[in-house]
Ligand binder design. Structure first.
Ligand code: ZN
Length: 231
């Protein structure tokens, strides 16, 4: 009750505007209005999780079981805005909401979501200090709320702080990603089906490096879920 009064008061003082169209939004739980949200096309990857484009991209370098991507990054400016706000404008709640959205879609379509644990691709601790949060972890949290699979943030670490690699070619990027991740708690993942989650996948080199670290001597089965695939 008191909380609602406070929320109403804050809305009056600082109305929340949709990041896409600028319209005021009711409540403080969202950054995008329902109208704009309905304009974003969701991929159909969940309908064929072991033959879609992300699955093929990942399987050129590492064996994965299923691949899921909520959006196509370049298809829609609203998606770009959402991800920009999530990563660079201090809106971690966007990640949680997108996780809840995707979790609901996967559940509704009875997808193969029987993973043992969800692991967000870790950021280097310096990056976390700058940003204050790991956006992939937020997405993982939202997914976890709906599909009831625990998130583990402590068993794999990013030991190398990679610089932006957008100017390098795909194979160069992969070479640069060697030994970036270290599994520190092997018992947590050994023999399990792990869902790796990330924000935007471009070449897949970051997730590939993370998955390779998990697969070395650990007999893990790995699937991936991302917010958006760049194409
Ligand atoms: Zn809007």
């Amino acid at each position: 009750m008191l909380k609602q009064v406070l929320i109403d008061f804050l809305n009056l003082l600082f109305p929340v505007r949709c990041v896409s169209c600028g319209e005021c939004i009711e409540g403080r739980h969202s950054v995008i209005c329902d109208g704009c949200l309905s304009k974003i096309q969701i991929t159909d990857y969940h309908l064929y999780p072991n033959t879609n484009r992300l699955w093929m991209l990942m399987n050129t370098n590492v064996d994965i079981k299923y691949a899921y991507a909520l959006f196509k990054f370049h298809q829609n400016d609203i998606v770009k805005k959402l991800i920009h706000y999530m990563k660079y404008k201090n809106h971690p709640e966007i990640g949680v909401q997108l996780g809840i959205l995707y979790g609901s879609i996967l559940k509704k379509h009875h997808c193969n979501i029987h993973f043992d644990v969800i692991i967000p691709v870790p950021l280097h601790k310096k990056r976390i200090e700058q940003r204050g949060y790991n956006q992939s972890e937020m997405f993982a949290k939202g997914l976890s709320q709906i599909i009831n699979i625990p998130v583990n943030n402590n068993c794999i670490f990013r030991t190398v702080n990679t610089i932006s690699q957008t100017t390098k070619s795909g194979s160069d990027r992969l070479l640069g990603m060697d030994n970036v991740f270290t599994v520190v708690d092997m018992d947590e993942v050994k023999g399990k089906h792990v869902l790796i989650v990330d924000d935007v996948v471009t070449t897949g080199s970051t997730m590939t490096s993370c998955i390779k670290a998990l697969k070395v001597n650990l007999n893990c089965e790995v699937s991936v879920a991302v917010i958006a695939i760049a194409e």
